[in-house]
Design a protein around this ligand. Structure first.
Ligand code: SF4
Length: 312
């Protein structure tokens, strides 16, 4: 990532960033310019932001979502008809989440963005820490991330509806997209391929807020670098449960592949987008409603309700 004493490929300034997959080196200014260009292109090519949208940004306070908050805030200055609300989910992870919630609140206050915090404790009556303890005791075999991922998505969708959002923005980056693709392939879960790509959902089902991902073509390291170079305050710490996840192992393997074959993450994400389109076309039927909570569900009882039952 860091070149040695080379000049920027676009000017005479010293380069601070090397992108091997592009075969180029960048000074700070040209790197940030390239970053903005790529995010704008993803948004424009996929119509991620439309007039009169109310964007619900999933803001954890971590590096990606905080960078996304700043990027969208600046982009929306020229789109007065589009509004943004930041939504933070507090899962209840001791020694970790409280700090990032504080940082999220601080950034929103500085930018004047409305900020809403929703917690597992308020919604499900228990924190993620409590859920993990119970699940481990009962030997459910599910990892903390399995519970966290399902319950957080559920809450984000519910909160986005409650606050009247037309789209839910997540800061999923290229690494997230390529990692999820490989995980789905390894699990043989083709139906989940339909959730990949910069835009998920048609927006025509009342119960499911369309998800959009402006950073889908940004590698994780570049998102972190953008935040550091532009002085964005974010939480760079790692969740204590991250080491227990399948995702973590795939991510590590993928980083090894990327260092040997630069650009492989882009290729995987591109394949995923094509598969995703095909899966979306096939799965055009209306999803059912969960018989317990009424939220949309692929089955009679949604996954979130089934997980909560498991640890009740
Ligand atoms: Fe949740 Fe796992 Fe992410 Fe921690 S690492 S916040 S448990 S999904």
């Amino acid at each position: 990532m860091k070149p040695s004493r080379a000049k920027c490929s676009f000017c005479d300034k010293p380069a601070t960033v090397e992108l091997r997959y592009a075969g180029k080196v960048f000074c700070k200014e040209h790197f940030t310019r390239m970053f903005w260009k790529r995010v704008r292109r993803t948004i424009a090519n996929n119509s991620l932001i439309e007039p009169n949208d109310i964007l619900g940004l999933a803001l954890s306070g971590g590096k990606d979502s905080t960078a996304c908050l700043h990027v969208l805030h600046r982009l929306l200055r020229s789109r007065p008809n589009t509004k943004m609300i930041a939504i933070t989910i507090d899962e209840g992870i001791a020694g970790y989440r409280a700090k990032s919630v504080r940082i999220a609140a601080k950034n929103c206050k500085a930018l004047g963005v409305r900020h809403e915090v929703v917690s597992f404790k308020m919604e499900f009556g228990k924190t993620l820490d409590r859920i993990v303890k119970t699940a481990d005791g009962r030997k459910t075999g599910y990892s903390p991330c399995a519970f966290c991922g399902v319950l957080r998505r559920y809450l984000l969708n519910k909160a986005a509806k409650k606050f009247g959002c037309t789209k839910l923005v997540t800061a999923h980056n290229l690494d997230d997209e390529s990692t999820t693709t490989l995980m789905n392939v390894m699990r043989g879960d083709v139906s989940r391929m339909g959730r990949l790509g910069p835009k998920v959902g048609t927006g025509k089902w009342d119960g499911f807020v369309q998800r959009v991902k402006p950073f889908a073509e940004i590698p994780e390291k570049e998102s972190a670098l953008f935040g550091l170079l532009t002085g964005i305050e974010a939480d760079y710490s790692t969740c204590p449960y991250a080491g227990r996840s399948f995702r973590g192992s795939i991510r590590e393997a993928l980083n090894g592949l990327e260092s040997r074959y630069p650009g492989v993450k882009f290729s995987i994400a591109e394949s995923a987008n094509k598969i995703s389109e095909a899966v979306k076309e096939k799965a055009s039927g209306r999803p059912k409603s969960c018989s317990r909570c009424g939220e949309l569900s692929a089955e009679g009882v949604c996954q979130a309700c089934r997980y909560i039952d498991m640890v009740s």
